[in-house]
Ligand binder design. Structure first.
Ligand SMILES: C[S@@+](CC[C@H](N)C(=O)[O-])C[C@H]1O[C@@H](n2cnc3c(N)ncnc32)[C@H](O)[C@@H]1O
Length: 246
């Protein structure tokens, strides 16, 4: 569905530029036409309610095509870039959360949370490049840590980074299929789009007294036990939810 919306956004913006060119035959450069097309595609994408990260993709797509054409990039390079992006971002075209990484301030805060909780088990339900998992595993060698990552290349890189950490296992499955019952602390840095569903999942599965920490995105209508505001560049907020004992 997202792919269809993306294709439509690009095509409509392309048609819009052709139409404008026919009605107002101004002499503009190819780069100016591409800039108008890119902005149009981004606006159509918003109109189709695509997730916000698609804006960047739409803004960059046509300029990248024009750049490739003017540099006469060999055809196989397009295929290679497409392959690498697919393996890195995998489910993003279907609406999954893309890869962006937590700061070191987030890892440090999580190390402190895990220490304070005396957590024996921890899971990052979208581990990315193991940015959180690696420092945590080194700081807390007695905590059993799992990182789940669905995108193949990202998973491979995370598994490679963790290969010598005996308390870490990196799984290549979706967090939707993972039972969260066995974890003292569950961490997520995902997207506002999935937080309502995640809220239901943690209430059904996590044990009373355990802690769910969401970076940047709160659970709609959830009441956090604490909100930790970090002093990193994004001013990241960690929303900490204690699972009810009732
Ligand atoms: C925003 S990144 C966060 C990476 C890492 N946790 C961090 O804090 O740096 C989200 C990651 O979740 C992964 N992801 C998205 N949907 C997933 C799913 N259903 N199951 C497992 N991983 C998923 C994405 O591939 C991406 O690498």
């Amino acid at each position: 569905m997202q792919l269809l919306k993306a294709l439509l956004s690009q095509s409509l913006a392309y048609a819009m530029v052709l139409g404008l060119g026919a009605v107002f035959p101004l002499s503009i450069s190819a780069w100016q036409a591409v800039a108008i097309q890119a902005c149009g595609a981004a606006l159509f994408s918003r109109g189709f309610r695509q997730p916000v990260w698609w804006l960047l993709i739409h803004l960059l797509f046509m300029p990248a095509v024009l750049l490739g054409l003017s540099w006469q990039v060999p055809a196989w390079l397009y295929l290679l870039v497409l392959l690498l992006l697919t393996l890195l971002f995998w489910g993003t075209v279907k609406g999954d959360v893309p890869l962006f990484l937590s700061s070191s301030a987030v890892s440090e805060a999580l190390i402190e949370i895990v220490r304070r909780e005396g957590a024996q088990s921890f899971i990052d339900i979208g581990a990315g490049l193991a940015t959180v998992v690696v420092p945590l595993a080194k700081a807390r060698p007695d905590t059993a840590i799992i990182g789940l990552e669905r995108a193949p290349l990202t998973w491979l890189l995370a598994a490679w980074r963790c290969r010598k950490l005996t308390n870490v296992s990196i799984g290549r499955s979706s967090f939707w299929e993972q039972d969260l019952r066995q974890f003292d602390v569950v961490f997520a840095f995902l997207s506002p789009l999935v937080m309502a569903q995640i809220g239901e999942k943690i209430q059904q599965e996590m044990l009373p007294g355990s802690l769910f920490v969401s970076s940047s995105f709160p659970i709609p209508n959830g009441v956090p036990e604490a909100i930790i505001e970090l002093k990193d560049r994004r001013r990241t907020r960690l929303y900490c939810y204690r699972i009810d004992r009732s």
